[in-house]
Write a protein that binds this ligand. Structure first.
Ligand code: MCN
Length: 781
């Protein structure tokens, strides 16, 4: 089947996206459209003593100005965090209250205190400037160290010392013993820099209240509209679920930042009811920098012990994580269950202990960003391996090889059971493709030109398609982690697949259609994918954690199994054959070994006209399924980065970046490569360019693209990518492993390992800007 599994089919949705025909939230314009602008705190920490909106209210075209006391007075609930973490002393996490509009206190620059609703967006923004807020400024803790310091300002009353939880995973005594027995112990302290996600489309919400029906409709830039509806109903009391429709139409990227339900959507919904107008809010880029959840922001010290053969004897980790001013929806899970269970990397490590302490600071909330916890773990492990190899005078590839997990399933001491993989093969594939053997000659040639050339590895594993629901629930998750699908064969034989996954750049309209086309031997254009609307799709958990391939598609496969069974029954009945002899091939439903056949659309029609169905069969041809995986799937890869550094300026060129990856069965290699390109580019951004910086007063210093450097085409090389497909995941019917985050997870250590190799100094933090690299070179002299 030319358009089926494994075909590099061009993305169906791209015509719409590349010709300006996409329909995004900000494109929605209702008859009674009004616009919201938020009044945001210019201070990182302050008491709100009073709000005077009289000037704004007197402006022509201003419909209303609403504040937090009105919001909470109407019973709108506080924002929640969906994963309960228990500290090692048994205490629940210290969760501070977060109202969509602050009432008593603001806790970061950008925290909203009021909203202006006006006839135009420009007017709403001008009027917001006229709202006078009386603040009593308080001392600020703008980073982890400041929040931990003795006498630090208390950000939430119920979090003494600003600590949210002190959590651990693994056996500390066994790990200490493993380290004590080691022939060599490598110690490392590092920072995982704070990042801003920056999807191309800023966040937006359009909320409409129908007072005749008591019904709300919310268009929003969400990665998971059903979860949004659930939370908005069950916790924020905006409306009962059956009175709230959430639509996430075309969404221009999310990278994690659009998983969460933010104050703005809640406020717009409530304001639409208060004003009886459709209320639209669209963030501009500056507002995005101070309101979209940030990512990463860890400080870690760690030790890894090795025996005399280079075999790891123990790995001990102590991490401090900044969660910002409030606990965003999945924030608590990122530095815990999405981080520590990955600490075994691709290696057979018997003793691991990870301690994580998280803190409130007067900064934007921190939550999942592409990779979420796994890039932080990978950066630590892979910097550690490279550092240890250098200290022990070993080839870093050989050190890795000696420690690779070799047989599957493999149980790590930190919860994970790896399902399938071939790590030596990936390393070999990457080494061959990167021509590692030729590196010494290239280094010498570069040296002759006065350049420093370096090579760095990252052999990584990640866990995607978070599962199963039962296990996640036992670890504190507030939701199930299954996915649902409905496969609807229409009377004319065309197929609609309704999925709970949400596509916001990943090409689901193409890949999901490919698996259906393959299964029933139909042309790709006969299959449409419907997603992102709670009134159409039964329920779904949305897209994050590279779950749409392993989990979302698996639900589609389950539903197709049911459709196929019914199709065979109908055909067997009509063609007077045994069900076991029916085959589906090339758009036909045939009796094997005969010329008896029905066209696919004839079966569809037969199901709906219902004139000649088996006696006990219901008419119609549509089936639903829920798929709850029994385990994560574990994509892995070997990345090799080669750089050239100019010692006079510190400027670094990535001259070659090679990826050998294992995503199990590949549905569409072109889309997968695009995902790897995007992920690696984001990882290079983290390694070399990006960093959110706050000053000590909690003022954001990197609030525009003048100060926050995103990678551009000229910053990245042409990538060399190859796939190993010989270890499909045994945990889902297609054998798929997710590919959406792997690039961002694996690449930062490869880059830093390469630069530190080039400059001959290990003392280099991300982002490795020319200035940082030059300083490292000078310090090492
Ligand atoms: N795929 C495939 N073969 C595989 C695995 C996946 O063909 N073996 C295809 C899938 O069918 C899908 C795409 O690759 O079309 C990505 O699938 P998957 O890895 O399952 O990831 P998700 O679809 O669940 O997307 C989420 C993931 C995450 S978590 C982030 S963050 C991210 C990412 O995808 N954000 C993105 N990629 C992004 N790409 C774009 N353009 N924009 C974002 O916001």
């Amino acid at each position: 089947m030319s358009d089926g599994i494994g075909a590099p089919v061009k993305r169906k949705e791209d015509k719409r996206f590349t010709t300006g025909k996409g329909k995004y939230t900000d494109d929605i314009r209702n008859d009674n459209q009004a616009y919201a602008a938020f009044v945001r705190s210019p201070y990182a920490h302050a008491k709100v003593k009073g709000i005077d909106a009289s000037k704004a209210l007197a402006m022509d075209g201003v419909i209303d100005v609403l504040n937090g006391k009105q919001l909470t007075g109407d019973g709108i609930g506080n924002l929640i965090c969906g994963w309960a973490i228990t500290s090692k002393n048994g205490n629940p996490m210290n969760m501070g209250a977060w109202s969509a509009l602050a009432t008593e206190k603001v806790r970061y620059v950008g925290d909203a205190v009021a909203v202006v609703i006006a006839e135009t967006q420009a007017l709403a923004r001008i009027a917001a400037e006229e709202v006078e807020v009386d603040y009593e400024v308080l001392p600020v803790a703008a980073n982890i160290r400041a929040a931990m310091a003795k006498g630090a300002p208390q950000i939430h009353e119920n979090a003494p010392g600003n600590q949210i939880y002190d959590w651990e995973l693994g056996d500390e005594a066994a790990t200490d013993a493993g380290l004590a027995s080691a022939a060599h112990v490598t110690k490392l302290s590092l920072t995982n820099n704070r990042l801003s996600p920056n999807p191309m489309e800023p966040r937006s919400a359009v909320a409409t209240y129908d007072d005749a029906e008591g019904h709300y409709t919310l268009y929003t830039t969400s990665q998971n509209p059903h979860v949004a509806r659930l939370v908005l109903s069950a916790f924020y009391n905006v409306a009962p679920e059956n009175k709230l429709r959430v639509i996430a139409p075309d969404v221009g990227g999310g990278f994690g930042a659009k998983i969460y339900i933010y104050p703005e959507e809640i406020t717009c919904l409530w304001a639409s009811m208060k004003t009886n107008r459709s209320v639209k809010w669209t963030s501009d880029r500056s507002e995005a920098f101070v309101t979209d959840a940030h990512g990463r922001d860890h400080i870690t010290t760690a030790q890894m012990g090795f025996d005399k053969n280079g075999k790891i004897t123990g790995f001990k980790i102590d991490t401090l994580a900044n969660l910002g001013a409030y606990m965003s929806l999945f924030s608590s899970s990122v530095p815990t269950y999405l981080y520590a269970p990955l600490m075994s990397g691709q290696y057979d490590i018997q003793n691991i202990h990870c301690n994580v302490r998280t803190y409130y600071t007067n900064t934007v909330p921190v939550d999942a960003y592409r990779g979420a916890g796994r890039p932080e773990a990978t950066y630590l492990i892979e910097r550690m391996m490279e550092t240890a190899a250098r200290e022990m005078g070993m080839d870093p590839a050989e050190l890795r090889r000696r420690n690779f997990v070799q047989s599957f399933p493999h149980q790590t001491p930190v919860l994970m059971q790896y399902d399938a993989g071939d790590f030596p093969k990936l390393l070999k594939m990457a080494q061959d493709a990167a021509d590692v053997a030729g590196f010494p000659a290239r280094k010498a040639e570069a040296a002759a030109r006065g350049k420093l050339r370096g090579l760095g590895y990252s052999t990584f594993i990640e866990a995607c398609g978070l599962a199963p629901s039962k296990a996640a629930g036992s670890l504190g998750a507030g939701v199930g982690l299954w996915e649902s699908a409905e496969v609807r064969v229409n009377p004319v034989g065309s197929i609609e697949v309704l999925t709970g996954s949400h596509s916001h750049g990943q090409g689901h309209e193409t890949t999901f259609a490919q698996i259906v086309a393959e299964r029933f031997g139909l042309p790709l254009e006969n299959v449409s994918i419907v997603h992102g609307d709670t009134d159409k799709v039964q329920f779904g958990m949305g897209t994050y954690g590279s779950r749409s391939g392993p989990v979302g598609m698996s639900a589609v496969v389950k539903a197709m199994d049911k459709v196929e069974a019914k199709v065979k029954k109908i055909a067997a009945h009509t063609l007077e054959a045994s069900e076991d002899d029916i085959i589906i091939e090339g758009g036909q439903v045939k009796v094997a070994g005969t010329d008896k056949a029905m066209a696919w659309h004839e079966v569809g029609l037969a199901a709906y006209v219902a004139h000649n169905l088996p006696d006990d069969m219901e008419p119609g041809l549509k089936e639903t399924a829920f798929f709850d995986p029994i385990n994560f799937s574990f994509p892995s890869g070997a990345f090799i980065c080669e750089v050239e550094v100019d010692p006079d300026t510190g400027e670094t060129d990535i001259v070659n970046f090679t990826s050998a990856d294992d995503f199990g069965t590949i549905i569409n290699p072109m889309i997968v490569e695009g995902q790897v390109h995007g992920g690696v580019t984001q990882g290079i951004g983290q390694a070399m360019l990006e960093q959110v910086i706050y000053d000590e007063d909690g003022q954001l210093q990197t609030g525009s693209y003048m100060d926050y450097a995103m990678p551009r085409a000229a910053d990245v090389p042409f990538y060399t990518i190859s796939h190993h497909t010989g270890s499909p995941s045994p945990n889902n019917p297609l054998g798929v492993k997710g590919c959406g985050e792997a690039g961002a997870i694996g690449s930062p250590p490869a880059v830093i390992n390469a630069i530190t190799d080039a400059i001959g100094s290990n003392d280099l933090a991300m982002p490795a800007t020319p200035q940082a690299v030059w300083n490292a070179i000078q310090a090492a002299k």
